[in-house]
Design a protein around this ligand. Structure first.
Ligand code: ISE
Length: 335
């Protein structure tokens, strides 16, 4: 590896474009050297800005000798094959969530990485780097609310084209909340029950407002409102009820204005603004981990278990009943 981490980004849409810019401008010892996107104009613009090369094939970018580490931010169904290619090339990668869209693919990735005996993959479950979420985690760990008993999350999206089915709402969007519940409670999801309703009657395939309830391995309970069409903007928060109190993320960080008989507060329009800091901290932490060879943040194991819970949730919608979630045996690599 050269003294600078040479990073290639596969997928330069909204998320990949942000990662590409963040890695190039906010990480001192990393440089964007290669990009790939099916939209070659879009890839070309970022490449021209950073002085990077454009690839037309993701696997070729991953195999390139000029690339030390990879960020995968292409469409969800492509993540698994590209993550696998990174393992085969022994290249560290930050893989956007979901790690995979099929359970067998996520299981195979975990098995392969465990067989290499080395963590090469980090999954983009980036609530882990959001200062507000971290503050809640720190309070829970410090015992500020006693024994954690219940997680409550709210995840309200502005209306967007993706995801487009009820299952995709869980796989693409609610995976973040499933991760937050596991991470903040320090417990695994053992049962999930998802019910949904339709905000937009035109969206016949999608229950765009879902209520996810879960039982956790240590006896805690969890619930999440996942909303795909909030009507007002973007809002994500978490709350932990413990045996001695409650800790939650604060409401929006924007100023509260009292004027003319009203109290008003601006709401962030989307996840790119709400989590702007988290995305920067995420790539900084990832590149520092890659350079130093330390272990990473959210792992392929986290990607696998959140997908397991999300797919069980989709199954629960189909069956209109709670579904037990089987927790696979954790390889030593992820202890
Ligand atoms: C998007 O892909 C993200 O990762 C956002 O964090 C999430 O809130 C949104 O629902 C997803 O579609």
């Amino acid at each position: 590896m050269s003294s600078e981490l040479r990073v290639g980004v596969v997928g330069t849409g909204r998320m990949g474009g942000r990662h590409a810019r963040n890695i190039h401008t906010h990480v001192g010892d990393a440089r964007l050297v290669a990009v790939m996107d099916v939209d070659t104009d879009r890839a070309g613009q970022i490449a021209a800005w950073a002085g990077a090369s454009v690839f037309t094939d993701g696997e070729a970018l991953i195999a390139s000798d000029g690339v030390d580490a990879v960020i995968i931010a292409s469409p969800d169904p492509t993540h698994a094959a590209l993550a696998f290619a990174c393992l085969e090339q022994r290249k560290p990668a930050l893989v956007e969530k979901p790690l995979a869209t099929e359970l067998e693919d996520a299981a195979a990735i975990v098995e392969r990485e465990a067989s290499l005996g080395r963590r090469l993959l980090q999954v983009g479950l980036m609530r882990h780097y959001d200062p507000q979420h971290v503050a809640v985690k720190d309070a829970v760990e410090a015992g500020a609310v006693g024994r954690p008993l219940m997680f409550r999350g709210w995840h309200r999206n502005p209306r967007e084209a993706v995801p487009s089915t009820s299952a995709e709402v869980l796989i693409n969007s609610a995976v973040h909340d499933l991760y937050s519940a596991r991470w903040l409670l320090g417990q695994e999801v053992t049962e999930i029950y998802v019910r949904g309703t339709t905000i937009d009657p035109q969206r016949t395939d999608q229950l765009d407002l879902q209520l996810v309830t879960m039982a956790m391995s240590g006896g805690a309970l969890a619930s999440v409102e996942v909303n795909q069409d909030s009507g007002f903007g973007y809002e994500v928060g978490v709350e932990i009820t413990g045996s001695k109190g409650v800790v939650s993320t604060p409401p929006h960080p924007t100023p509260v204005v009292r004027h003319d008989g009203e109290i008003r507060q601006r709401v962030e329009p989307d996840w790119l603004e709400r989590f702007a800091t988290a995305y920067i901290v995420e790539v900084q932490a990832w590149s520092a981990a890659v350079v130093s060879g330390r272990s990473y943040g959210p792992s392929a194991w986290d990607g696998y278990l959140t997908l397991t819970a999300a797919l069980a949730g989709a199954d629960s919608i189909e069956r209109a009943a709670p579904v037990q979630v089987e927790i696979p045996k954790r390889p030593a690599l992820y202890a």
